[in-house]
Write a protein that binds this ligand. Structure first.
Ligand SMILES: C[S@@+](CC[C@H](N)C(=O)[O-])C[C@H]1O[C@@H](n2cnc3c(N)ncnc32)[C@H](O)[C@@H]1O
Length: 243
């Protein structure tokens, strides 16, 4: 089973990069834009904030952060391990005139080249599903967050039950892979997608992992008929009695 292994995932995103944005908008009926917006709104950044967007892909989250917080954002940094995604990200940032606000770096989420407590917020959208060692990546996020900082994780999930799950499984397992294959010309990327979503832990288990990694105030909200989950957590601000 290769799915979820770093080389396999990196190679896949290298290949589908040119069609990635188009297919995201098409397959989600443009809901992906609203989902990222919702996550970014939750960050509630204060003045001088540094934001890290992990698995940034073509920089949609970083762009949304820079647009939503033109005053309070000091800088957003996007990291991804697929160079082809970063090339597209760079072009979009240039076109938006936001190069002074968004930096990009090629890096693996499990080994991020930043000092402890550098960021006030860390985001990852539709990326953590692809990372096998979730415990390790959450620990890395915890290391990089400044005390009081927020972690926000957006991910596709299988609806809990009922008619939503039935329609979802039909669409995700039958319709989506065909459309994806047709436009991306990639034989398995859009079959891997539903497989990887099905493997993602339950809300309860994932919240448990976040708590075990040190995060507090851990919460999860689902939206769009339960097909998307937004997990949030805080790095506890040390009080005087902690020090
Ligand atoms: C589904 S895309 C999401 C992109 C973007 N966050 C968005 O909202 O559209 C997943 C991205 O995660 C990146 N990725 C997956 N595993 C990674 C890892 N271990 N380190 C860095 N990037 C990773 C892939 O290269 C890809 O660009």
């Amino acid at each position: 089973m290769k799915g979820g292994q770093p080389d396999f995932v990196q190679d896949m995103f290298q290949q589908i990069a040119p069609h990635y944005d188009f297919l995201n908008r098409l397959l989600s009926l443009r809901q992906d834009v609203c989902w990222r917006r919702r996550m970014v709104r939750r960050l509630n950044l204060s003045a001088g904030s540094r934001v890290l967007d992990v698995a940034c892909g073509t920089a949609d989250v970083a762009l949304e952060v820079a647009r939503r917080y033109p005053q309070s954002l000091y800088r957003a940094v996007g990291v991804d391990f697929a160079p082809a995604m970063l090339v597209l990200a760079r072009k979009k940032i240039l076109r938006a005139g936001l190069s002074s606000k968004i930096l990009l770096a090629a890096a693996d989420a499990l080994d991020l080249p930043f000092a402890d407590e550098t960021f006030n917020a860390i985001t990852i959208a539709f990326g953590i599903r692809n990372i096998q060692d979730k415990r390790a990546v959450l620990k890395e996020f915890f290391r990089l967050l400044a005390p009081g900082g927020t972690l926000a994780i957006l991910e596709l999930v299988v609806p809990d039950r009922g008619w939503a799950q039935k329609i979802y499984l039909e669409y995700f397992n039958r319709v989506l892979p065909r459309i994806g294959r047709l436009f991306s010309k990639h034989s398995f990327a859009y079959s891997y997608l539903p497989e990887s979503v099905a493997r993602f832990p339950s809300d309860r288990d994932f919240r448990g992992l976040m708590t075990a990694s040190g995060f507090s105030n851990v919460g999860c909200r689902r939206f769009t008929f339960g097909t998307v989950a937004l997990f949030t957590g805080k790095k506890h601000q040390a009080s005087r009695s902690d020090t």
